[in-house]
Design a protein around this ligand. Structure first.
Ligand code: ATP
Ligand code: MG
Length: 318
């Protein structure tokens, strides 16, 4: 999965700062080392989880039984910080737990501590053909993803960065955990008007908020709401169904997608037939879900409730 991240950290803590826009700024290695030195009183640092990010695997000094992940990020005063979102959220079985948060005010750095999650990329599963077992797993994955999204929305939180690398999957327990609320925000009645997210997963109404696009446009930007998360989750579903790392869902492509889905069913049903009594039905339901979730017109995009109901229909087929 290409991880070209287009994150505009502009957000809306206050109206005055609503249009502050900056690309994601990383913390310098030197600053990280300075903070690590101070945290070493409590933690043993094993190493970085990801070379590109300030995310470290650690043990607590007093008990080495559990592994933890320490994520370093710049504290923001113009917007909500990741730990504030997680604190507000509370517990849900498909959402990462916030164990602790350290604030280094002088350095302007926050360190979020959460339990390490055993994960194996969902797409590493043998996907040579979309067999019935893969379809069952996609169902399990999507059900948990929609549950996590619904929970966030019920707490008044827009996630705004749903993508495979933020969805950790444990194949042994078949459990999904959503991580990374670095771009999340609280719901506002009047909506959001800043382009925030990862390229390829942002809903069209989010992309339309792009500052450059806006300068050229004669139309005022339409504020966006919760359904941007359903769109991103729909793109994730598409990438699993079609076994593609990126699924383009521009409005002009939707007609092509519908035709593609029909052909795809014919192509792969022979692999699924022996294990699933109604393979065409299951695939058709999955494609309907994908098309409903990624509808470019937000008025016709499926709601969380619609997705839940549809997933129940799919679940009954297994
Ligand atoms: N609790 C955790 N357990 C296991 N791995 C984790 C955990 N938290 C983060 N990671 C790993 O570290 C990576 C980066 O973490 P995270 O997504 O929170 O950082 P980020 O800088 O916001 O990333 P990006 O900008 O790419 O979205 C994740 O994709 C995941 O692989
Ligand atoms: Mg991430």
């Amino acid at each position: 999965m290409s991880s070209v991240t287009k994150k505009t950290k502009s957000d809306e803590k206050s109206d005055i700062k609503a249009n502050v826009s900056e690309t994601k700024s990383r913390i310098s290695q030197l600053l990280c080392e300075k903070i690590i030195f101070r945290l070493q009183k409590k933690y043993i640092f094993v190493g970085r989880i990801d070379d590109m990010r300030e995310v470290y695997l650690c043990y607590r000094k007093r008990s080495k039984a559990k592994k933890f992940v320490l994520k370093f990020y710049k504290c923001r005063d113009y917007s909500f910080n990741e730990h504030e979102i997680l604190q507000h959220m509370g517990h849900h079985e498909n959402i990462q737990i916030l164990t602790h948060c350290y604030k280094f005010d002088q350095e302007g750095v926050c360190v979020l501590v959460s339990p390490f999650i055993e994960d194996e990329s969902f797409t590493k599963h043998p996907y040579n053909t979309l067999q019935s077992e893969s379809l069952r797993l996609i169902f399990v994955y999507m059900k948990q993803l929609i549950n996590a999204i619904s929970f966030c929305h019920s707490k008044g939180i827009l996630i705004r960065d749903i993508k495979p690398s933020n969805l950790l999957w444990n194949p042994k327990t078949e459990k999904l955990i959503m991580i990374d609320f670095g771009l999340a925000s609280f719901y506002r009645d009047k909506g959001h008007v800043t382009e925030v997210g990862t390229e390829g997963f942002m809903a069209p109404e989010v992309v339309a908020c792009n500052e450059e696009t806006q300068k050229k446009s004669v139309f005022p930007v339409t504020p966006y709401h919760y359904l941007v998360d359903i769109y991103s989750a729909g793109v994730v579903l598409g990438s699993l169904l079609f076994q593609k790392s990126e699924v383009e869902t521009e409005p002009s492509l939707m007609k092509q997608w519908r035709q593609y889905c029909k052909k795809y069913i014919q192509k792969i049903k022979k692999y699924i037939q022996p294990n699933l009594s109604e393979p065409e039905d299951v695939l058709r339901l999955f494609f309907e879900l994908f098309l409903g979730m990624t509808h470019s017109d937000v008025q016709y995009r499926w709601s969380n409730t619609g997705c839940h109901a549809h997933l129940t229909l799919i679940g009954n087929k297994f």
